[in-house]
Design a protein around this ligand. Structure first.
Ligand SMILES: Nc1ncnc2c1ncn2[C@@H]1O[C@H](COP(=O)(O)OP(=O)(O)OP(=O)(O)O)[C@@H](O)[C@H]1O
Length: 299
């Protein structure tokens, strides 16, 4: 588990991160969202010991990163893929990291294969890598020590659609095996597809956190029927992913007319059908961070 407690970071009178607390739980993917300059990277840099906190703590399974004897075995980190040693080949980057962690060299080949960097590409210097190739190499480095937690800043940046799908499956699989994943992304649809939990930050403060379902509960279409379970099943069958809310309503992103048609086709009488406020993560993000957005987006 990654735990951030009362974390503050100031720069010469400017508060970049202002007394924030949250956790990223094992077995779950936690999405870390916020507008430009909100404090995401600063928080992640504190987590991995690259920036000292002004006050508060960030720990991985109760231990500060700086106090981990062999951190790569505990937590995989990808903060800035373009910061990798440009003069080294991809293979050299991984071999050096592997030697530092005391791992067998066979691990390097396993990781190259995992991230689909070919032997020819692995012999190329990193300065000649595309952004997507750097991200793949960064992921390979993060996973090298078979860690229990991953801290990834914009990992999908520069990946092509197949690469994004691959990354999504990889991280979901990692969490499925009990790992802890904290990732930031500006790609809200990507976060919506992958995250179990969300932490939203604006101007250095947490503006919302919770499960994705909780935070999105006010979005999309709301429908009710005598048996919410049957309704949810019928919607799933019709190809509309839906969630059963705690109040017995069924929420889905599909438009009300399509929900009505699907219910009719399944012989289910609706007792309520209406648009819920908002429309998914993008609306939620913009409304939560409206007064922290540079563009002053209205809620
Ligand atoms: N070393 C530093 N000195 C002064 N200010 C800094 C420093 N590092 C970050 N900041 C400021 O702290 C704030 C938060 O920056 P941070 O990089 O954490 O934001 P972010 O949420 O990651 O943004 P983005 O989405 O644009 O990457 C910004 O206003 C930034 O200018």
């Amino acid at each position: 588990m990654i735990t951030v407690e009362s974390l503050t970071r100031r720069y010469a009178g400017f508060t970049a991160v202002d007394d924030i607390s949250f956790t990223a739980q094992p077995g779950r993917v936690t999405g870390f969202l916020g507008p430009n300059g909100a404090g995401k990277s600063t928080t992640m840099r504190v987590m991995v010991g690259l920036t000292a906190p002004t006050s508060g703590t960030a720990t991985i399974d109760g231990v500060r990163f700086a106090d981990l004897p062999n951190p790569g075995l505990e937590v995989g980190v990808l903060l800035d893929a373009s910061a990798q040693h440009a003069g080294r080949t991809g293979r050299e980057v991984l071999t050096t990291a592997s030697d530092t962690m005391g791992l067998p060299r066979t691990r390097v080949d396993e990781m190259l294969e995992l991230v689909s960097l070919t032997p020819v590409e692995a012999r190329r210097r990193v300065r000649h890598y595309s952004l997507g190739m750097r991200q793949r190499l960064g992921i390979a480095t993060a996973l090298l020590g078979d860690p229990r937690a991953l801290i990834l800043d914009e990992p999908a940046n520069g990946l092509d659609p197949a690469g994004i799908r691959w990354m999504r499956d990889l991280l979901t699989g990692f969490a499925g095996q009990g790992g802890t994943v904290l990732l930031s992304s500006h790609l809200l649809h990507e976060i919506e597809a992958i995250a179990d939990d969300l932490v939203v930050i604006g101007r250095g403060r947490i503006v919302a956190s919770g499960t994705k379902e909780e935070l999105l509960a006010a979005s999309g279409t709301l429908a009710r029927a005598t048996s919410p379970r049957d309704l949810a099943h019928a919607l799933e069958q019709a190809g509309f992913p839906s969630t059963l809310a705690g109040d017995g309503s069924v929420r889905t992103d599909a438009e009300p007319a399509r929900v009505g048609a699907a219910a009719l086709a399944a012989g289910i009488a609706l007792t309520e059908l209406r648009s819920a406020d908002g429309a998914g993560l993008e609306d939620m993000f913009l409304s939560l961070t409206a007064d922290t957005q540079r563009e002053g987006a209205a809620a």
